[in-house]
Ligand binder design. Structure first.
Ligand code: ADP
Ligand code: MG
Length: 593
């Protein structure tokens, strides 16, 4: 660990100072050129159709790059959402002669609502369940398309689908779709840097840590799912206008798998990857057309190609390319800094910041925590100690909402938080670190700490926006001595430094109470000394700390008050020196006799 350096000056260049639109002028210039080319260059009908398909499919695949790439949730029903948009425009314009724009909007909204509902009902399940439910949903939608003949014309499909008056010619309509693609691409490209996108990445990297950093994990997942579905609907609506005909087989489960393969193949983490994957999977079959005389051969080669890419480029083609680019592009751009970190814990309640009464947590028959009382005084360092397995981590997990208490009551600064979910406890002023470090692995140190700083209720950020957030995160990183390495990825930090980043993430949120679970575990002796010194500097700013630790020297020097657990029960509580000499404590640690 480097020396504490909260006053050390660091190069000052604000990374987000330039207005977004100005920085991305080249993107828009490129997009305008592309749209102009599409609108003016004559291509034959065959190429036109391929471009039409690629453009609309890419928008649907962008949706997957949000839900899967950014948020880590699986959606095997994107073709169904695509179908919502396609049928809304198809049936609306052809059978009911409603305005194209209204139909397109309706398709998007329907897909969005369906996605949100599906998400709300299943996203708490996670993993395999989510995959299974989306498959079922996909199958139901396909069945409806085939069987509600009065509405969808069944297997015959819908023909004579209209286009907006403004884009009647196929070429102008394609140009309109390309423009939409560019806009959606811009949004998806920047989503990771927006508040919602940051939350999605945090959820994907580590759900528990996201929750205790103040992110509503469930809601974030639902948003990602709904956004993905809406993009599917938009893409489907554009597709229907482009081909003027839709039928159920275009929106089957197989098509959902095609969308998924496109996103995985290109690289699910970025819209560029989505675009590459979409283009390739549409072009490869065309390239292999000459093989169609030999039945089966074409599919075999196509499949082999996909398997090879996924085998050798697990992050997709763009993931592979961007990793290669990253290797020789140093992007350690200095970050704006930074006043010394201010910790201004709220002072709403009385003398006791945390009041725990009768807290219990049973795992089946095991009473991991059994009727424990803890009272933590404002501005104090309070240690929670006990032998391994005595229930310390479980207590912390119940306090921060990761486990639901079997019994008991928790008051934080006068507010009853016993039944709140983790992110609301964080919003109420709780900050914590984990015994086994939980950082957001795909992010830089700075981004990790920014997630913490973004805690709802962090009055020090207020409406300051991204710059205030970055500044606060830099202050916290500088406070723990890691300011100069803010832009490095988590994997490049030693274990001890990762612990400091976790502490910085909690501090950036300006908590009322900081819970530390064995912060010294795994540190060498000099790192321990520095940690000790860091705790002193935190305590000196008046922040209340509840710390679990095994290091009795650290505990006896740092803490004024100690609570001792053994087999889930509180066996001693009081002023540090008295507690450490208590016969029950001595025998719990050393054994009687
Ligand atoms: P400590 O942090 O004091 O070492 P823990 O709180 O991690 O102890 O564990 C206390 C007891 O609860 C242990 O016996 C442990 O095996 C048990 N325990 C902890 N978490 C769970 C869980 N999720 N399910 C079942 N038992 C658990
Ligand atoms: Mg523990």
């Amino acid at each position: 660990m480097s020396a504490p350096s909260e006053n050390m000056p660091i190069a000052v260049t604000a990374p987000r100072a330039k207005p977004l639109l100005l920085r991305h002028l080249p993107y828009f210039v490129g997009a305008v050129i592309l749209v102009t080319l599409t609108a003016t260059l004559r291509v034959d009908g065959y190429i036109h159709n391929i471009l039409m398909q690629a453009t609309t499919f890419a928008i649907a695949v962008f949706g997957l790059s949000v839900v899967l790439g950014l948020c880590g949730q699986i959606n095997l029903a994107q073709a169904a959402f695509f179908g919502f948009g396609a049928y809304a425009v198809g049936i609306g314009t052809s059978d009911y002669h409603i305005s194209y724009w209204l139909c397109l909007a309706a398709g998007c909204v329907m897909a969005l609502l369906a996605g949100a509902l599906l998400g709300i009902s299943t996203l708490r399940l996670g993993g395999h369940y989510l995959a299974m439910v989306t498959i079922s949903f996909q199958q139901i939608v396909t069945l409806i398309m085939i069987n509600t003949i009065w509405l969808t014309h069944g297997p015959d499909g819908v023909s004579n689908i209209g286009r907006p008056a403004l884009f009647q010619s196929p070429q102008s309509y394609l140009a309109f779709c390309v423009a939409t693609l560019a806009l959606v691409g811009y949004f998806v490209w920047h989503l990771p840097d927006m508040k919602l996108g940051r939350a999605m990445r945090a959820v994907r990297d580590n759900e528990l840590a996201a929750g205790v950093s103040g992110i509503d994990v469930f809601r974030t997942k639902v948003y990602a799912f709904a956004l993905c579905a809406a993009l599917g609907g938009l893409a489907g609506g554009l597709f229907a206008g482009g081909f003027a005909y839709v039928s159920p087989d275009q929106f089957s489960f197989a098509e959902s798998i095609v969308f998924l393969t496109m996103s995985l193949l290109g690289g699910v983490a970025s819209p560029i990857g989505s675009a590459i994957g979409t283009g390739l999977l549409i072009l490869i079959p065309e390239w292999l057309r000459f093989l169609k005389s030999v039945p089966g051969l074409y599919l075999a080669i196509y499949g082999l190609f996909v398997i090879l890419i996924i085998r050798y480029m697990p992050d997709g083609i763009w993931g592979f390319v961007s990793a290669a680019l990253d290797r020789w592009r140093s992007h350690a751009e200095p970050v704006a800094v930074s006043a010394p970190l201010r910790l201004m814990p709220a002072t709403v309640g009385g003398d006791t910041v945390l009041e725990v009464t009768g807290l219990s947590k049973y795992f089946g028959g095991l009473k991991a925590v059994d009727a424990v009382d803890i009272a933590v005084k404002r501005g104090s360092v309070h240690a929670l100690i006990g032998p391994n397995g005595s229930g310390k981590t479980t207590t912390l997990n119940v306090l921060s909402g990761l486990y639901k208490a079997t019994a008991g009551r928790i008051l934080l600064d006068g507010t009853d938080i016993t039944n709140l979910p983790p992110h609301l406890r964080t919003a109420a002023g709780l900050g914590r670190t984990f015994q086994n470090i939980r950082l957001f692995r795909s992010m830089t140190a700075l981004e990790n700490v920014e997630i913490g700083a973004e805690r709802p209720g962090n009055t020090l950020i207020g409406e300051g926006g991204d710059n205030a957030l970055t500044a606060r995160a830099m202050e916290a990183l500088t406070f723990v001595g890691l300011g100069p390495r803010a832009n490095e990825l988590i994997s490049s930090f030693s274990y001890g430094h990762q612990r400091l980043i976790e502490i910085a993430r909690a501090l950036a949120a300006n908590p009322t109470l900081l819970l530390l679970d064995e912060p010294a575990a795994g540190l060498n002796s000099s790192e321990k000394l520095e940690l000790h010194e860091l705790l002193k500097r935190i305590a000196a700013q008046g922040l209340t700390i509840l710390i679990i630790d095994h290091d009795m020297t650290l505990v006896s020097e740092a803490a004024q008050h100690i609570t001792v657990l053994n087999f889930g029960r509180r066996i001693a509580d009081g002023e540090s020196m008295a507690v450490l000499r208590h016969p029950d404590v001595v025998s719990a640690y050393l054994g009687t006799e």
